[in-house]
Design a protein around this ligand. Structure first.
Ligand SMILES: Cc1cc2nc3c(=O)[nH]c(=O)nc-3n(C[C@H](O)[C@H](O)[C@H](O)COP(=O)(O)O)c2cc1C
Length: 231
């Protein structure tokens, strides 16, 4: 049989590959670190850090913890001293009852807690509500508490940080801090109600805002979605 051109080329290539050790080299390459199973990233644990600071609207943090429990997402709570003050002003809950809504809770002074290290893997951190003081600490990088340290760590590890900043009206310093944290990778999401959702109660409004914040972590708590009823 007269060898055709394609067959000759294939035979030549195979011969050249055997001569030059191409197959051994390719196998060694496939076995090398970038291809070994050890470097396939392990899945991120389904856990979220929830920071509650002393701005008005502690109900946002409480609702976040409730929705996370409903979704089966592990929650790690750190509340500031001022948050415990607003808890007393704005709800009938005791601090222990707030902590019981989370899977784990930490003292804000415990700067040696797991959350203070980048090795603590999570989906990120939600601060709800976020006071101007906490925003300022995160913006400056001067993180004197576990809450702001955990937020800083989330940013340095390039994970998701969502700040439900609550203050009004805002001066240039507040806006500058919001711009700073946005440039550092955080998402500033003031809890602004969506009236098109026709909320029937305050809790509806709160759940809608918190649901939108959880959306930013890829967590679907089923908030009202504009126009989706007609899809
Ligand atoms: C009832 C109450 C409501 C407050 N509301 C706000 C607020 O909406 N926004 C804010 O930035 N600070 C608010 N503050 C002030 C903060 O609690 C205060 O600045 C505190 O130092 C914040 O500390 P933290 O960021 O460590 O929680 C409020 C305080 C109280 C007692």
């Amino acid at each position: 049989m007269r060898p055709n051109r394609a067959r000759l080329v294939r035979r030549f290539c195979r011969h050249a590959a055997l001569e030059t050790g191409f197959f051994e080299e390719r196998q060694a390459y496939m076995n090398s670190t970038p291809h070994s199973p050890a470097v396939i990233p392990a899945p991120v644990p389904a856990r979220l850090i929830v920071g509650i600071s002393g701005a008005s609207g502690i109900v946002y943090g409480i609702t976040a913890l409730q929705l996370l429990r409903r979704l089966g997402i592990e929650s790690h709570l750190v509340a500031s001293k001022s948050a415990i003050v607003t808890l007393g002003h704005e709800t009938d809950l005791k601090y222990a009852e707030l902590c019981a809504l989370a899977d784990r809770h930490y003292q804000n002074s415990d700067i040696g807690a797991a959350l203070a290290s980048g090795s603590f893997r999570s989906l990120g951190m939600l601060v709800a509500p976020c006071s101007i003081r906490t925003l300022g600490e995160i913006s400056s990088g001067v993180t004197a508490s576990l809450l702001s340290r955990a937020a800083d760590v989330v940013l340095k590890e390039r994970r998701r940080l969502v700040l439900m900043v609550r203050e009004t009206p805002l001066h240039a310093g507040h806006l500058q801090a919001m711009l700073n944290v946005t440039q550092m990778g955080a998402v500033v999401m003031p809890p602004v109600p969506a009236f098109y959702a026709r909320p029937a109660s305050l809790q509806d409004m709160v759940e809608q805002s918190v649901g939108r914040a959880l959306d930013l972590f890829g967590l679907d708590s089923g908030p009202h979605r504009w126009g989706e009823q007609t899809l």
